[in-house]
Design a protein. Structure first.
Length: 112
């Protein structure tokens, strides 16, 4: 595995000096270089990155959120509507215009 995709999207930690406490002595070492950060990318059919998130080592990813974003992009591609924050499949979306936002808010304000 050459990690070329991770290198292309700059999600590898650089080499860093670190001190490891073994309980008996401190050891100086280097870490990183090829340590991959946790990243998720939503790339459309045209190769455009539509969403990206890169988490540091202690943070995990949420597959449910990635699936929600995929559903939202599919909905947008099929209907041309914008999917607001928290939107899930089957919920109301809005037209990408001032009037569309007004209409959406007048119908959904109590659900936000």
């Amino acid at each position: 595995m050459d990690k070329s995709i991770a290198r292309q999207y700059d999600v590898l930690l650089g080499t860093q000096e670190a001190y490891v406490d073994t309980g008996e002595e401190d050891i100086e070492t280097t870490v990183g270089g090829d340590v991959t950060l946790r990243g998720s990318f939503l790339i459309d059919d045209e190769g455009t990155i539509r969403h990206s998130i890169v988490n540091d080592l202690p943070l995990g990813r949420n597959i449910d959120e990635m699936l929600r974003l995929l559903d939202a992009l599919d909905h947008h591609n099929a209907h041309g509507e914008v999917c607001p924050a928290g939107w899930t499949e089957g919920k109301t979306a809005m037209k990408p215009s001032n009037d569309g936002v007004k209409e959406y808010l007048s119908q959904e304000a109590d659900n936000l």
